[in-house]
Ligand binder design. Structure first.
Ligand SMILES: Cc1cc2nc3c(=O)[nH]c(=O)nc-3n(C[C@H](O)[C@H](O)[C@H](O)COP(=O)(O)OP(=O)(O)OC[C@H]3O[C@@H](n4cnc5c(N)ncnc54)[C@H](O)[C@@H]3O)c2cc1C
Length: 320
């Protein structure tokens, strides 16, 4: 059976959810061979094996932390040359897309970015992409070389499928360009203690209706009562009320949680593009005509400053 390379996104050996989703998709195309680089790479093996990796190619070197993406591209290319895979799958983060694009150029292959689904086809993998704020879906395949495909988070369910996950050391020699761009400093993002937006099972978002940075405290309080991540519309982000990293939508992050609660958000098509695949959608809006109500499972017509605190209290009471 053909092998499919899966580039692993991990933090000190803890595999991030989008990589486990990639393994689900990779199994449709062949046998997943994972490539884990950097500190803790070997510790990824058990999670990757549990989700279907037949092999885990690992390599650690200071270059991965000290320089930007080129050392990682060198390593992924080494894995590509070792395995001769049927496809290379990479998570669609900013870094993942840069690594994938550089690899595709080096190996003379076509690339598809931001796929939301993958299936096996007679002439190679067929990728689904979502276009024009999710108004259209397109299907395409790479017609030149080995398909390199980046896949958006939440595009597939994580499924356990135990496999051997045999760890093999990858032989990597870095190119001259690997040390061209040095990392000169790092500022850790302050941890909120909340789950990562794109991986959270519940997302509570606020929009222009929240009417000020200080009022986001009530959105955060509801999120914390539910163990949820906090999202924001672009209007709220552009107003400086919440960080850009929390923006949900076409030019923000795509989320697909079990539960999405939108407060004071009108439901513009660009916002919907980032959340409409959520399993259950709840909206709180004082305008009964707001377009968000067209796609909700439960809608509350009311002032969010009345409704959200009551909801938070009720959740806390029920949780005891
Ligand atoms: C190229 C492009 C890309 C974009 N990308 C994104 C994106 O990624 N994400 C995104 O979100 N937007 C994006 N936008 C912007 C988008 O078009 C909308 O302008 C934006 O989503 C509106 O945000 P909002 O719903 O918070 O604000 P509004 O549309 O102003 O809606 C505010 C809502 O709050 C309600 N409200 C007000 N006060 C209260 C209250 N007290 N209680 C309850 N409800 C209340 C109002 O009834 C209203 O429905 C993009 C636009 C463009 C052109």
């Amino acid at each position: 059976m053909a092998e499919v390379l899966v580039y692993v996104d991990h933090v000190d050996g803890a595999v991030r959810k989008p990589t486990l989703e990639l393994l689900t998709l990779a199994r449709r195309l062949g046998e997943p061979v994972a490539v884990a680089l950097g500190a803790g790479a070997e510790n990824t093996a058990s999670a990757l094996a549990e989700h279907g990796a037949v092999k885990v190619l690992t390599h650690d070197a200071p270059e991965y932390a000290d320089y930007l993406v080129v050392p990682k591209v060198d390593a992924l290319q080494a894995a590509y040359e070792q395995v001769s895979p049927a496809a290379v799958l990479v998570p669609s983060s900013a870094e993942g897309k840069e690594i994938a694009a550089r690899l595709a150029v080096r190996i003379g292959s076509g690339i598809i970015t931001d796929a939301v689904d993958l299936e096996a086809g007679d002439e190679g993998p067929v990728a689904t992409q979502s276009a024009f704020a999710a108004s259209f879906t397109t299907k395409s395949r790479v017609s030149k070389g080995t398909p390199v495909i980046t896949v958006k988070p939440n595009s597939a369910a994580v499924e356990a499928a135990p496999a051997a996950g045999a760890v093999e050391a990858l032989n990597v020699s870095f190119s001259d360009k690997a040390t061209g761009t040095k990392v000169t400093g790092r500022t850790p993002r302050e941890s909120t203690g909340r789950p990562e937006l794109t991986e959270a099972a519940i997302v509570v978002s606020g929009g222009r209706g929240v009417n000020g940075a200080e009022n986001f405290a009530i959105i955060e309080a509801l999120a914390d009562s539910l163990g949820a991540a906090v999202g924001a519309s672009r209007a709220a982000v552009d107003a400086g009320w919440y960080p850009h990293t929390n923006q949900v939508g076409q030019t923000g992050k795509s989320v697909s949680p079990q539960l999405y609660i939108a407060s004071g958000i009108s439901g513009a098509i660009q916002h919907r593009a980032g959340m409409q695949t959520s399993k259950t959608i709840v909206a709180i809006n004082k305008d009964s005509e707001a377009p968000i109500f067209d796609l909700v499972d439960y809608g509350v017509v009311g002032d969010l400053f009345d409704v959200v605190p009551q909801l938070t209290e009720e959740v806390k009471t029920r949780k005891g």
